[in-house]
Design a binder for this molecule. Structure first.
Ligand code: ATP
Ligand code: MG
Length: 706
């Protein structure tokens, strides 16, 4: 029985158990408690257990709890101080449904999105793809870990031999003590040395394997994410995707290493040392097995209570962090409304609450630790007492008692590791499945493949023919309804119309961010679905957005983003065409000026002109301008417009505009309403028609005069 409670003392050390006292100082880990023990999701709140056999229930409870608990930043540390063995934590889980119900009434469950998506499956063949290149190192690591475990089983027995020599010398006091002790001591020392070497070796190898597998997975996942369609990014939050790249892979890596190193060691040591215990003293081993269930029960009850406390405390910490996150993320708005004091007050309230809850949790943990220390010490005392009785009746030698104590410690450590592993395996499988889900995801619009039109024969004619379209995330809402439009080569066509009428959607379909639900978009008479997408986007179409996004690098690199192999002279020439050269040269660092995160250190007009240069550098045959000047003031608009007028010469241009003044010179102006073109003609033709366009012009003029 001592194994069970003592085991929690030892889980952090592979080769040496922690003392009770070092354990007592480890209260800093208390917050990690809940990460292991407390399911955070309301799925688990039912107090009616689902039908099924006990094993299934344990497995599903554990899976659920782990799937919905927040991802951990440090591996397994949360378990250091608490109930070690698997049976202990599993029982605790079974006990805690009542606590979960109470927590829910308090409405403290964080607002997690509960998705109804099927849980992704763990795909072993994908794991194998990553592990195969590291197979040799992995096999070596497994062999070394197994060797270390076998040696660990020998250590208690050899310690017993050593103690027997000491006891015999004390009893008989004959011969040379040094001579007698030298043999077993040197053997033990050698064993320690080899065990240390094996441990070092397998940890180095495993860490190498783990890091390389994780790095390969990160690269593959990133590549797979970049390959996905725009629709995929409409449906998935960027934060969650980044989480898969970081936290999930980290979690998977930790589990992978832990399972191989500790799993192998712990199982070997548990079995080996249990056999040793039985061989040393069947009676003492039997006693251990009898006391075990009582301790499991008591520990489970206290553990479930602490889990509840810890969960509430952790949620409160998350709430406080959320307040700080929101305030710092929107710091300009906070300052603009002089709300610093109020935000501070809000944050302080939440922090005070979390402080109080954590203090209560700390108290609970202190009592638990105190009680378990007493229990553990009593167990050691009981073992020595019972062992002493057996020694006095000559059923056991002092060396056997020593071996028993040390072997039982090893069993405790191993059981504790197995209990961690039980959860870690589930965690690792869930994280791995989440990573693999996107690794094997195929985009519906492949980035490469398909034909290219030779540069000299490309005219740049675009036709939308009877295009109907609904966004995949909103299938019931038809944005374009049998939309038809032709962009003649080297002509400028403008689309105007009400907000939400589908103008930007037209541009997205031309870029092939999405494919039409029905109808076709054609380039030079060819369906763009048959063309090479990388070529289409990279060389044929230049796209300038209303809010251009720059990368946090230099001006030079931002412009070169449009054509990675462009020379400096080409970059400068594009900047000149975009009316950007003058302002860039006026910066002290010129083209090497860093533009800040998303270009925050530049004005709207400057960003826009860099974006124009970025689009022009690839010398596209087709230029799409989506409200390229609508966010600018009159002066910026003038310079940007000048740049655009120059840029549009000799290309097929699609302009989407709110400010009608910017498109009066277009060869064709189309007015869109409700996903269709309702009017088309030149500026003068449309004015004379006196329809929707002239209404729009009149309204804008009236607004301008106000
Ligand atoms: N990614 C998306 N997913 C789902 N629906 C979208 C998406 N983007 C736009 N929509 C919807 O499609 C419709 C047309 O949007 P679109 O952006 O094409 O309008 P717009 O004419 O460009 O408007 P504005 O003049 O305001 O820019 C709107 O109802 C909008 O809510
Ligand atoms: Mg738009």
């Amino acid at each position: 029985m001592s194994q069970l409670l003592c085991s929690r003392l030892c889980v952090t050390s592979h080769s040496r158990p922690l003392s009770f006292y070092s354990l007592c100082r480890k209260t800093g880990d208390k917050w990690k408690l809940s990460r292991w023990y407390i399911p955070r999701n309301s799925h688990a709140h039912s107090s009616n257990p689902p039908p099924g056999n006990a094993l299934q229930r344990i497995w599903s409870l554990t899976q659920r709890a782990i799937r919905h608990s927040p991802s951990r930043t440090s591996k397994s540390a949360g378990l250091k101080f608490i109930l070690g063995p698997a049976v202990f934590s599993v029982s605790a889980r079974l006990f805690c449904s009542v606590a979960r119900c109470e927590a829910d009434y308090n409405n403290n469950t964080p607002g997690e999105v509960i998705t109804k998506d099927p849980v992704p499956e763990f795909k072993w063949h994908i794991l194998w793809k990553f592990v195969r290149p590291q197979l040799f190192a992995l096999v070596c690591a497994v062999v070394l870990a197994f060797g270390a475990a076998i040696l660990n089983i020998q250590i208690p027995l050899m310690l017993g031999d050593l103690v027997n020599v000491v006891a015999r010398y004390l009893r008989e006091n004959t011969g040379s003590y040094v001579n007698e002790i030298k043999g077993p001591a040197m053997k033990l020392l050698g064993l320690y040395g080899i065990q240390g070497l094996l441990t070092t070796g397998y940890i180095i190898l495993l860490s190498r394997v783990g890091e390389r597998v994780a790095a390969d997975m990160r690269k593959s996942l990133f590549a797979s994410l970049l390959r996905q369609d725009v629709a995929f990014f409409d449906a998935n939050k960027t934060g969650q995707l980044v989480n898969r790249l970081t936290a999930d892979i980290q979690e998977f890596k930790s589990s992978f290493k832990l399972v191989i190193s500790q799993g192998l060691r712990s199982i070997t040591q548990t079995v080996g040392c249990f056999v040793s215990l039985y061989v040393i003293s069947p009676k003492l081993t039997g006693l251990t097995v009898v006391v075990l269930p009582c301790l499991v029960g008591a520990g489970a009850l206290i553990g479930s209570f602490l889990r509840k406390l810890s969960r509430l405390a952790q949620e409160q910490v998350a709430k406080a962090t959320g307040v700080a996150d929101e305030a710092l993320g929107n710091v300009r708005t906070v300052k603009a409304f002089a709300m610093e004091e109020r935000e501070l007050q809000l944050y302080s309230n939440e922090v005070d609450k979390s402080c109080e809850m954590n203090e209560n949790l700390g108290g609970g943990i202190a009592v638990f630790q105190g009680l378990s220390n007493v229990a553990l010490n009593c167990i050691v005392l009981g073992t020595i007492f019972a062992g002493g009785t057996l020694i006095s009746s000559n059923e056991m030698s002092p060396g056997d008692l020593m071996s028993f104590l040390v072997a039982s410690q090893t069993v405790q450590r191993s059981l504790a590791s197995i209990s961690i592993l039980f959860g870690q395996v589930v965690r690792g499988i869930s994280s791995g499945a989440r990573v693999f889900e996107y690794l094997s995801l195929q985009p519906t619009i492949p980035l490469s493949g398909g034909g290219r039109i030779p540069y000299h024969s490309l005219t740049g004619r675009v036709d939308f023919m009877n295009v109907s379209f609904s966004y995949p995330t909103r299938p019931g809402h038809e944005v374009l309804k049998k939309f038809s439009l032709s962009l003649p080569p080297c002509k400028t066509v403008a689309i105007v119309g009400e907000s939400g009428g589908g103008k930007s959607t037209v541009a997205s379909l031309l870029e092939r961010f999405y494919d039409p639900t029905s109808g076709v978009v054609m380039l030079d008479g060819l369906d763009i679905r048959t063309l090479d997408l990388a070529w289409l986007r990279g060389q044929v179409i230049g796209f300038i957005n209303q809010e251009p996004v720059l990368f946090g690098s230099s001006v030079m690199e931002n412009i070169r983003f449009g054509k990675p192999d462009a020379t400096d002279a080409e970059v400068i020439s594009a900047a000149k065409q975009a009316n950007a050269h003058r302002f860039i040269s006026s910066f002290p660092d010129g083209y090497n000026t860093m533009v800040g995160e998303r270009g925050v250190t530049l004005s709207g007009g400057q960003k826009q002109r860099i974006a124009i240069a970025r689009a022009l550098i690839k010398n596209p045959s087709i230029l799409v301008l989506d409200e390229a000047t609508s966010a600018l003031d009159a002066e910026s608009e003038r310079v940007v417009q000048e740049a655009l007028d120059r840029a549009t010469r000799g290309r097929t241009v699609l302009i989407i505009a709110h400010r009608l003044s910017t498109i009066q010179g277009a060869d064709l102006i189309c007015v869109m309403s409700n996903g269709r073109i309702v009017e088309a003609g030149t500026h003068l033709e449309l004015l004379s028609k006196g329809g929707l366009y002239s209404d729009l012009i009149r309204r804008q003029r009236a607004e301008g005069q106000k």
